[in-house]
Design a protein around this ligand. Structure first.
Ligand SMILES: [Zn+2]
Ligand SMILES: [Zn+2]
Length: 323
Protein backbone atom coordinates (compact mmCIF):
# COMPACT_ATOMS: atom_id res chain seq x y z
CA UNK A 1 0.00 0.00 0.00
CA UNK A 2 2.93 2.28 0.54
CA UNK A 3 3.54 2.23 -3.25
CA UNK A 4 0.31 3.91 -4.12
CA UNK A 5 1.13 7.58 -3.33
CA UNK A 6 4.50 7.16 -5.07
CA UNK A 7 2.77 5.75 -8.19
CA UNK A 8 0.27 8.62 -8.20
CA UNK A 9 3.11 11.15 -7.99
CA UNK A 10 4.84 9.51 -10.92
CA UNK A 11 1.70 9.65 -13.01
CA UNK A 12 1.30 13.33 -12.20
CA UNK A 13 4.97 13.99 -13.10
CA UNK A 14 4.71 12.17 -16.45
CA UNK A 15 1.42 13.86 -17.29
CA UNK A 16 2.93 17.23 -16.42
CA UNK A 17 5.91 16.60 -18.70
CA UNK A 18 3.53 15.70 -21.55
CA UNK A 19 1.59 18.92 -21.04
CA UNK A 20 4.84 20.87 -21.10
CA UNK A 21 5.97 19.07 -24.27
CA UNK A 22 2.63 19.78 -25.97
CA UNK A 23 2.94 23.42 -24.92
CA UNK A 24 6.46 23.65 -26.41
CA UNK A 25 5.13 22.20 -29.67
CA UNK A 26 2.41 24.81 -30.03
CA UNK A 27 4.98 27.59 -29.68
CA UNK A 28 6.83 26.82 -32.95
CA UNK A 29 7.80 30.19 -34.41
CA UNK A 30 5.92 31.35 -37.52
CA UNK A 31 8.20 31.16 -40.56
CA UNK A 32 6.74 34.04 -42.63
CA UNK A 33 8.64 33.46 -45.87
CA UNK A 34 7.09 32.52 -49.22
CA UNK A 35 8.03 29.64 -51.53
CA UNK A 36 10.88 30.39 -54.00
CA UNK A 37 9.54 32.53 -56.86
CA UNK A 38 9.80 30.27 -59.85
CA UNK A 39 7.33 28.04 -61.67
CA UNK A 40 8.39 25.57 -64.34
CA UNK A 41 6.54 23.91 -67.18
CA UNK A 42 7.36 22.30 -70.53
CA UNK A 43 6.18 23.67 -73.87
CA UNK A 44 6.96 20.98 -76.44
CA UNK A 45 10.74 20.57 -76.22
CA UNK A 46 11.22 23.98 -74.56
CA UNK A 47 11.52 24.43 -70.82
CA UNK A 48 9.70 27.53 -69.59
CA UNK A 49 10.45 29.00 -66.15
CA UNK A 50 8.34 31.86 -64.85
CA UNK A 51 10.45 34.09 -62.58
CA UNK A 52 8.95 36.29 -59.88
CA UNK A 53 10.47 39.75 -59.35
CA UNK A 54 8.06 40.70 -56.54
CA UNK A 55 4.85 42.66 -56.16
CA UNK A 56 4.00 46.30 -56.46
CA UNK A 57 0.74 47.80 -55.19
CA UNK A 58 -1.36 49.38 -57.92
CA UNK A 59 -4.35 51.61 -57.18
CA UNK A 60 -6.68 50.90 -60.13
CA UNK A 61 -9.25 53.58 -59.19
CA UNK A 62 -6.58 56.26 -59.66
CA UNK A 63 -4.74 54.65 -62.57
CA UNK A 64 -7.41 53.24 -64.88
CA UNK A 65 -8.84 55.44 -67.62
CA UNK A 66 -11.80 55.21 -70.01
CA UNK A 67 -13.95 54.08 -67.05
CA UNK A 68 -15.34 55.48 -63.76
CA UNK A 69 -14.29 55.09 -60.11
CA UNK A 70 -17.64 53.45 -59.35
CA UNK A 71 -17.28 50.90 -62.14
CA UNK A 72 -13.70 50.01 -61.10
CA UNK A 73 -14.75 49.72 -57.43
CA UNK A 74 -17.56 47.32 -58.38
CA UNK A 75 -15.28 45.09 -60.46
CA UNK A 76 -12.53 45.07 -57.78
CA UNK A 77 -15.02 44.04 -55.11
CA UNK A 78 -16.34 41.25 -57.31
CA UNK A 79 -12.77 39.86 -57.49
CA UNK A 80 -12.17 40.23 -53.72
CA UNK A 81 -9.64 43.03 -54.30
CA UNK A 82 -9.32 46.18 -52.17
CA UNK A 83 -8.27 49.64 -53.42
CA UNK A 84 -4.61 48.57 -53.48
CA UNK A 85 -4.04 45.52 -55.66
CA UNK A 86 -0.82 43.57 -55.02
CA UNK A 87 0.43 43.22 -58.59
CA UNK A 88 3.05 40.64 -59.62
CA UNK A 89 6.01 41.48 -61.81
CA UNK A 90 6.80 38.33 -63.85
CA UNK A 91 9.57 37.45 -66.29
CA UNK A 92 9.93 34.29 -68.35
CA UNK A 93 13.03 32.21 -69.03
CA UNK A 94 12.94 29.87 -72.02
CA UNK A 95 15.49 27.14 -72.48
CA UNK A 96 15.10 25.97 -76.08
CA UNK A 97 17.81 23.33 -75.63
CA UNK A 98 20.17 25.54 -77.68
CA UNK A 99 19.60 29.03 -76.32
CA UNK A 100 18.64 30.44 -72.93
CA UNK A 101 16.29 33.38 -73.53
CA UNK A 102 14.94 35.72 -70.84
CA UNK A 103 11.86 37.83 -71.58
CA UNK A 104 11.92 40.98 -69.37
CA UNK A 105 14.16 41.46 -66.36
CA UNK A 106 12.13 42.87 -63.45
CA UNK A 107 12.88 46.18 -61.74
CA UNK A 108 16.08 45.49 -59.73
CA UNK A 109 16.33 48.44 -57.29
CA UNK A 110 14.38 50.95 -59.43
CA UNK A 111 10.89 50.45 -57.93
CA UNK A 112 11.56 50.00 -54.21
CA UNK A 113 12.15 47.05 -51.89
CA UNK A 114 9.11 44.94 -52.85
CA UNK A 115 10.65 44.20 -56.28
CA UNK A 116 14.11 43.16 -57.44
CA UNK A 117 13.96 39.45 -56.62
CA UNK A 118 14.58 38.19 -60.17
CA UNK A 119 18.30 37.44 -59.78
CA UNK A 120 17.71 35.44 -56.59
CA UNK A 121 14.83 33.52 -58.14
CA UNK A 122 16.77 32.83 -61.36
CA UNK A 123 19.48 31.23 -59.23
CA UNK A 124 16.92 29.38 -57.08
CA UNK A 125 15.52 28.01 -60.35
CA UNK A 126 18.90 26.44 -61.17
CA UNK A 127 20.39 28.97 -63.62
CA UNK A 128 23.10 31.63 -63.52
CA UNK A 129 22.77 35.07 -65.17
CA UNK A 130 25.96 34.41 -67.19
CA UNK A 131 24.15 31.53 -68.96
CA UNK A 132 21.52 33.83 -70.52
CA UNK A 133 22.21 34.20 -74.29
CA UNK A 134 19.47 36.65 -75.17
CA UNK A 135 17.23 39.09 -73.33
CA UNK A 136 13.99 40.07 -75.06
CA UNK A 137 12.37 43.24 -73.78
CA UNK A 138 8.62 43.78 -74.20
CA UNK A 139 9.04 47.53 -73.58
CA UNK A 140 11.36 49.92 -71.77
CA UNK A 141 9.40 50.64 -68.57
CA UNK A 142 11.56 50.29 -65.44
CA UNK A 143 9.75 47.20 -64.13
CA UNK A 144 10.75 45.35 -67.32
CA UNK A 145 14.26 46.67 -68.01
CA UNK A 146 15.48 47.66 -64.53
CA UNK A 147 17.05 44.24 -63.97
CA UNK A 148 19.39 44.61 -66.97
CA UNK A 149 21.89 46.45 -64.77
CA UNK A 150 22.66 45.45 -61.18
CA UNK A 151 25.22 47.39 -59.06
CA UNK A 152 26.25 49.36 -62.15
CA UNK A 153 27.23 46.22 -64.09
CA UNK A 154 25.63 44.27 -66.94
CA UNK A 155 23.45 41.74 -65.09
CA UNK A 156 23.52 39.42 -68.14
CA UNK A 157 27.10 39.90 -69.40
CA UNK A 158 26.90 37.27 -72.16
CA UNK A 159 23.52 38.28 -73.56
CA UNK A 160 22.43 40.43 -76.46
CA UNK A 161 19.39 42.56 -75.66
CA UNK A 162 16.56 42.98 -78.17
CA UNK A 163 13.65 45.44 -77.99
CA UNK A 164 11.33 47.26 -80.39
CA UNK A 165 13.19 49.96 -82.35
CA UNK A 166 10.41 52.50 -81.69
CA UNK A 167 10.93 52.08 -77.94
CA UNK A 168 14.67 52.69 -78.31
CA UNK A 169 14.03 55.75 -80.51
CA UNK A 170 11.64 57.13 -77.88
CA UNK A 171 13.02 56.23 -74.42
CA UNK A 172 16.73 56.44 -75.26
CA UNK A 173 16.46 59.78 -77.07
CA UNK A 174 17.78 62.84 -75.22
CA UNK A 175 15.71 65.07 -77.53
CA UNK A 176 12.41 63.27 -76.76
CA UNK A 177 13.28 63.23 -73.05
CA UNK A 178 13.84 67.01 -73.03
CA UNK A 179 10.37 67.61 -74.48
CA UNK A 180 8.64 65.22 -72.04
CA UNK A 181 6.86 66.54 -68.90
CA UNK A 182 8.66 66.57 -65.54
CA UNK A 183 6.72 63.57 -64.17
CA UNK A 184 7.86 61.43 -67.13
CA UNK A 185 11.58 62.12 -66.63
CA UNK A 186 12.09 59.20 -64.23
CA UNK A 187 10.75 56.76 -66.87
CA UNK A 188 13.30 58.00 -69.41
CA UNK A 189 16.09 57.82 -66.85
CA UNK A 190 15.23 54.24 -65.85
CA UNK A 191 15.21 53.15 -69.51
CA UNK A 192 18.50 54.91 -70.31
CA UNK A 193 20.30 53.67 -67.17
CA UNK A 194 19.23 50.11 -68.02
CA UNK A 195 19.81 50.03 -71.78
CA UNK A 196 22.71 52.40 -72.42
CA UNK A 197 25.41 50.10 -70.97
CA UNK A 198 24.33 47.40 -73.48
CA UNK A 199 24.15 49.93 -76.32
CA UNK A 200 27.70 51.11 -75.48
CA UNK A 201 28.95 47.51 -75.32
CA UNK A 202 27.48 46.80 -78.79
CA UNK A 203 25.06 44.30 -77.23
CA UNK A 204 21.76 46.01 -78.08
CA UNK A 205 19.84 45.01 -81.22
CA UNK A 206 16.65 46.92 -82.06
CA UNK A 207 13.78 44.83 -83.47
CA UNK A 208 12.52 46.27 -86.75
CA UNK A 209 10.07 43.61 -87.97
CA UNK A 210 8.01 40.63 -86.80
CA UNK A 211 11.09 38.45 -87.06
CA UNK A 212 12.04 35.02 -85.72
CA UNK A 213 14.85 35.77 -83.26
CA UNK A 214 15.83 32.18 -82.49
CA UNK A 215 14.11 29.07 -83.88
CA UNK A 216 10.66 28.96 -82.22
CA UNK A 217 10.69 32.50 -80.78
CA UNK A 218 9.19 35.43 -82.70
CA UNK A 219 8.69 39.12 -82.02
CA UNK A 220 5.27 40.59 -82.77
CA UNK A 221 4.72 44.35 -82.74
CA UNK A 222 1.90 45.40 -80.35
CA UNK A 223 2.54 49.13 -80.18
CA UNK A 224 0.41 51.36 -77.95
CA UNK A 225 1.29 50.89 -74.28
CA UNK A 226 4.66 52.23 -75.42
CA UNK A 227 5.70 53.19 -78.99
CA UNK A 228 7.64 49.94 -79.51
CA UNK A 229 5.74 47.55 -77.20
CA UNK A 230 6.43 44.02 -78.47
CA UNK A 231 4.93 40.65 -77.57
CA UNK A 232 6.71 37.33 -78.12
CA UNK A 233 5.40 34.01 -79.40
CA UNK A 234 7.14 30.83 -78.27
CA UNK A 235 6.41 27.63 -80.19
CA UNK A 236 7.69 24.07 -79.94
CA UNK A 237 6.19 20.84 -81.29
CA UNK A 238 2.81 22.43 -81.97
CA UNK A 239 2.51 23.99 -78.50
CA UNK A 240 2.37 27.76 -78.24
CA UNK A 241 2.88 30.40 -75.56
CA UNK A 242 2.38 34.13 -76.16
CA UNK A 243 4.08 36.53 -73.74
CA UNK A 244 1.96 39.67 -73.49
CA UNK A 245 4.21 42.10 -71.62
CA UNK A 246 1.99 45.01 -70.54
CA UNK A 247 -1.01 44.40 -72.81
CA UNK A 248 -3.05 44.47 -69.60
CA UNK A 249 -2.47 45.32 -65.93
CA UNK A 250 -5.59 44.77 -63.80
CA UNK A 251 -7.22 41.35 -64.24
CA UNK A 252 -10.34 42.18 -62.21
CA UNK A 253 -11.19 45.04 -64.57
CA UNK A 254 -9.51 44.58 -67.96
CA UNK A 255 -10.72 41.01 -68.65
CA UNK A 256 -14.42 41.80 -68.25
CA UNK A 257 -13.88 45.25 -69.83
CA UNK A 258 -11.01 45.22 -72.36
CA UNK A 259 -11.73 48.83 -73.37
CA UNK A 260 -10.48 50.08 -69.98
CA UNK A 261 -7.03 51.68 -70.32
CA UNK A 262 -4.31 52.73 -67.88
CA UNK A 263 -2.54 56.04 -67.39
CA UNK A 264 0.86 54.40 -68.09
CA UNK A 265 -0.19 53.91 -71.74
CA UNK A 266 1.60 56.30 -74.10
CA UNK A 267 -1.18 55.78 -76.69
CA UNK A 268 -4.12 54.30 -74.80
CA UNK A 269 -6.38 53.95 -77.87
CA UNK A 270 -3.77 51.87 -79.70
CA UNK A 271 -3.10 49.89 -76.49
CA UNK A 272 -6.80 49.00 -76.23
CA UNK A 273 -6.85 47.88 -79.87
CA UNK A 274 -3.82 45.62 -79.28
CA UNK A 275 -5.34 44.20 -76.07
CA UNK A 276 -8.63 43.33 -77.78
CA UNK A 277 -6.77 41.76 -80.71
CA UNK A 278 -4.58 39.65 -78.39
CA UNK A 279 -7.56 38.53 -76.28
CA UNK A 280 -9.56 37.43 -79.34
CA UNK A 281 -6.53 35.60 -80.78
CA UNK A 282 -5.84 33.78 -77.48
CA UNK A 283 -9.44 32.55 -77.30
CA UNK A 284 -9.38 31.39 -80.92
CA UNK A 285 -5.94 29.77 -80.68
CA UNK A 286 -6.52 28.23 -77.20
CA UNK A 287 -2.79 28.64 -76.52
CA UNK A 288 -0.98 29.38 -73.27
CA UNK A 289 -0.51 33.04 -72.32
CA UNK A 290 2.08 34.62 -70.01
CA UNK A 291 1.44 38.13 -68.71
CA UNK A 292 3.86 40.36 -66.80
CA UNK A 293 1.37 41.63 -64.21
CA UNK A 294 -1.07 38.77 -63.67
CA UNK A 295 -0.76 36.92 -60.34
CA UNK A 296 2.43 34.82 -60.42
CA UNK A 297 3.26 32.77 -62.44
CA UNK A 298 0.98 34.75 -64.77
CA UNK A 299 0.48 31.72 -67.01
CA UNK A 300 -2.93 30.53 -68.13
CA UNK A 301 -5.58 30.51 -70.82
CA UNK A 302 -8.31 32.94 -71.81
CA UNK A 303 -11.94 32.22 -72.59
CA UNK A 304 -14.75 34.45 -73.74
CA UNK A 305 -17.32 35.28 -71.06
CA UNK A 306 -20.33 37.50 -71.72
CA UNK A 307 -19.14 40.66 -73.45
CA UNK A 308 -15.62 40.20 -72.05
CA UNK A 309 -13.17 37.50 -71.05
CA UNK A 310 -12.20 35.30 -68.11
CA UNK A 311 -8.71 34.13 -67.11
CA UNK A 312 -8.03 30.47 -66.32
CA UNK A 313 -4.69 30.09 -64.47
CA UNK A 314 -2.48 27.03 -65.01
CA UNK A 315 -2.63 24.18 -62.52
CA UNK A 316 0.25 23.90 -60.07
CA UNK A 317 1.80 20.65 -61.21
CA UNK A 318 5.08 18.78 -61.67
CA UNK A 319 7.11 19.79 -64.75
CA UNK A 320 6.52 16.49 -66.56
CA UNK A 321 2.93 15.37 -67.16
CA UNK A 322 1.50 13.15 -64.39
CA UNK A 323 1.62 9.51 -65.57
ZN1 LIG B 1 4.64 49.17 -68.93
ZN1 LIG C 1 4.88 46.69 -66.48
Amino acid sequence: MTFKPLFRNRVIAVFGALVLAAGAHAAAPQVKTQAPGFYRTMLGDFEVTALFDGVIELTPKELLTNTTHAQVAKLLERSFEADKVPTSVNSYLINTGEKLVLVDTGAADKFGPTLGKLQANLKAAGYQPEQVDMVLITHMHGDHVGGLVVDGKLAFPNATVHAGKEDADFWLSEAVMKKAPAEAQMFFKAAQDSLNPYVQAGKFKPITSNAELVPGIKALAAHGHTPGHTIYTIESKGQKLVLWGDLMHVAAVQFPQPQVTISFDIDSKAAAVQRKKAYADAVKGRYLVGSAHLPFPGLGHLRAEGKGYAWVPVDYAPVAPVK
